[in-house]
Design a protein around this ligand. Structure first.
Ligand SMILES: C[C@@](CO)(OP(=O)(O)O)[C@H](O)COP(=O)(O)OP(=O)(O)OC[C@H]1O[C@@H](n2ccc(N)nc2=O)[C@H](O)[C@@H]1O
Ligand SMILES: Nc1ncnc2c1ncn2[C@@H]1O[C@H](COP(=O)(O)OP(=O)(O)O)[C@@H](O)[C@H]1O
Length: 287
């Protein structure tokens, strides 16, 4: 049996840091939307576990795909293997959640390949041990997140096209959260206030001023995008920035005008993850 599944990108439409817990982790309020652009993972049944993941730096056993697969085997006692191949499109340390999304796709893909029958909440709980953003990709729905990002309330957002720009630097999440100047006391708000046009300008990404100061290229890219596309934000702890655009054509026109040292992509938001759509389609193919 083989399976080919997407690992979509996410955007944090806003990100407020509301406090810091005694273990050092920060409490957040953030709105996740999923995009129709991302990595692709190929799974094939095999006797042993192997991973081919070109373009991801570091030791293979640190790859979140490998860690998700071994964590799933430990959790279930399953001894089966798989050949996994990752086609990487999302920039690592880009704030678009590529590694977390790869991990979630691995959990759902192997759950199917190995016929484990774990529920989404069970897979999300395993995912949370790998990273704060994995559960939202496991559930595969746009969501308002609180706590350290694991308390999810699913929301339906109007579909929207975005231009996403990668300024060419990789940002370590811990570097932003350890910065002395990070705003850590944004008042707690509600998702309803974000969805209400009259109050929406009050929302922002608290990590953005820190990232702009530490990485001048993020500052330059945001200034470029604000000038050419209007309202623009950083996603997560960076480095990618994004702006809503009217349609694909509008996004492609701006993309073509980007300074040559920056890359980007145009994508549309989806309330249901492309991963869940693909799993549903492959289920009906195999039944
Ligand atoms: C803040 C977000 C928003 O999407 O940023 P991005 O990583 O997407 O840019 C994520 O939730 C990040 O999740 P993730 O990237 O999985 O972070 P983790 O590996 O769990 O944490 C890396 C480090 O960042 C710090 N950290 C992370 C999350 C958090 N809520 N508070 C923190 O203080 C901790 O020092 C932690 O050791
Ligand atoms: N499959 C993977 N894809 C991308 N990064 C990975 C992967 N596995 C491990 N990593 C590590 O996780 C870090 C965060 O990756 P990623 O989720 O892409 O960033 P972000 O959370 O900023 O969107 C990377 O810098 C990299 O060291």
């Amino acid at each position: 049996m083989t399976l080919t599944l997407p690992a979509p990108a996410k955007l944090n439409l806003f990100l407020h840091v509301t406090g810091r817990r005694s273990d050092g982790y920060h409490t957040l309020q953030t709105l996740f939307t999923l995009l129709d652009h991302g990595d692709t993972l190929h799974f094939a049944a095999a006797d042993t576990l192997t991973l081919d993941s070109p373009g991801v730096a570091g030791a293979p056993q640190d790859n979140l795909v490998w860690r998700a697969a071994t964590r799933l085997r430990e959790h279930t006692g399953c001894q089966r293997g798989a050949q996994i191949r990752v086609v990487k499109r999302l920039p690592a340390g880009g704030g678009v959640g590529g590694g977390s999304s790869d991990a979630a796709t691995t959990l759902l893909g192997l759950n199917r390949l190995w016929s484990l029958g774990l529920s989404l909440p069970e897979l999300a709980a395993i995912g949370l041990t790998l990273g704060a953003d994995v559960p939202v990709f496991v559930h595969g729905r746009s969501a308002f997140a609180e706590g350290i990002g694991e308390q999810l309330s699913f929301v339906d957002l109007p579909p929207q096209w975005y231009l996403v720009v990668h300024p060419g630097v990789s940002v370590a999440t811990a570097q932003i959260f350890s910065d002395r100047e990070l705003t850590r006391n944004t008042p707690v708000s509600t998702v309803a206030a974000f969805l209400e046009p009259a109050t929406r300008t009050a929302f922002r990404n608290d990590c953005e001023p820190v990232a702009r100061r530490l990485f001048p290229v993020i500052d330059a890219a945001l200034s470029w995008l604000e000038k050419h596309a209007g309202e623009s934000h950083m996603t997560g702890t960076g480095a990618c920035i994004f702006a809503p655009v009217t349609d694909r054509q509008h996004g492609e026109t701006l993309l073509a005008a980007l300074p040559p040292h920056w890359k980007g992509f145009v994508a549309r938001s989806q309330n249901l993850s492309p991963l869940h759509e693909a799993l549903a389609a492959s289920h009906s193919d195999n039944s």
